[in-house]
Design a protein around this ligand. Structure first.
Ligand SMILES: [Zn+2]
Length: 331
């Protein structure tokens, strides 16, 4: 039946009932509505053991994977095809807010105002997730690249005014060294300056606390050296109720390539061989434990498990958990 064949029509439906439909009308098409473009708030929540983990999106950025991975272009193209991805990738930048029951701990802070309009959404997503930046007790930094520390400040002031900022002493000493900055290639100097700017409001009031990796940085939270991507790149392990939640920062950057081929490094790595060794060592530990993982650059929310797969690894995303704000209902 079309608008051009407008006539009364008998429809026979189940149980032998008949209905009369007609006269016909011209369908009204609600076309030309604008594309919405904006997204759902960027947070996703999961409980593990006795803690609550909220993955927070800082946004995504375009990345040409073949330009940053250290392998032949054809191999990268094949890996992307197998993952149903294409250049440029939409690379997630994720942070993780953990409510331990006694403190609110944020791991990494996104890019803030440093990396363009598609990033810097962390602050809004903290609010959308039901918290205020002022409530955060501690910020743990995996490392001091701009997409992880940029959100420490907003308009030059501390974005988390009541938080203590924790980072590996090796990482802090490297980026805060005036000598390292002045002897670095010209193009690298803004990165050193960015670290100084980002930490300055916290250092000024004694709220920056470097630590030595290998022990507890906070009760129930271990700092694990995972060097290579940067000098003092550090992963964090939340131990809770016999379970573990690892936040691994940039232990992996291009998921479609580096899970399958973990020995492939990227131009983002300061020391590619060391980064690959750390990746394999820590992935083996995570896989053996069956631990939950939060990964900064695995597609948001970047929450999942890691399993052995051939000579590499497989990423197994966790399922979505509904929140408990409303009673369960049956459809
Ligand atoms: Zn990163």
């Amino acid at each position: 039946m079309t608008s051009l064949t407008c006539r009364t029509t008998r429809l026979t439906i189940l149980l032998g009932l008949t209905v009369l439909v007609g006269p016909c009308f011209t369908p009204v098409v609600q076309a030309a509505a604008p594309f919405a473009r904006f997204q759902a708030p960027g947070f996703s929540r999961i409980s593990i053991g006795e803690i609550e983990v909220t993955a927070l999106s800082d946004g995504t950025t375009k990345l040409f994977a073949s330009k940053v991975v250290d392998e032949p272009t054809e191999q990268t193209a094949a890996a992307l095809t197998q993952a149903f991805e294409q250049e440029p990738l939409d690379l997630s930048d994720n942070a993780y807010l953990v409510n331990t029951g006694t403190r609110l701990v944020l791991v990494d802070t996104g890019g803030g105002g440093y990396l363009g309009p598609t990033l810097g959404k962390l602050r809004g997503n903290i609010l959308a997730a039901g918290y205020k930046a002022e409530q955060i007790d501690d910020v743990l930094l995996t490392h001091m690249h701009r997409d992880h520390i940029g959100g420490l400040t907003a308009d030059g002031a501390a974005a988390f005014p009541n938080a203590i900022i924790h980072a590996n002493r090796i990482e802090a000493d490297y980026w805060l060294s005036r000598g390292n900055r002045d002897t670095a290639p010209e193009r690298m100097r803004p990165r050193f300056d960015g670290v100084v700017e980002s930490l300055a409001p916290y250092i000024a009031v004694g709220r920056f606390k470097p630590f030595d990796a290998g022990g507890e940085v906070l009760p129930g939270i271990l700092a694990v050296a995972s060097y290579g991507h940067s000098r003092g790149h550090t992963s964090y392990v939340f131990e809770t109720g016999g379970k573990r939640f690892w936040v691994i920062g940039d232990l992996i950057n291009v998921a479609a390539v580096q899970f399958r081929s973990p020995d492939v490094s990227t131009t983002f790595d300061g020391d590619g061989a060391n980064a690959s060794a750390s990746r394999n060592r820590i992935f083996a530990q995570i896989a053996a434990d069956g631990a939950l993982v939060g990964a900064a650059h695995v597609s948001f929310p970047g929450l999942g498990h890691i399993a052995k797969a051939g000579s590499g690894w497989a990423w197994v995303p966790v399922g979505f958990q509904s929140g408990s704000d409303r009673p369960a209902s049956t459809p």
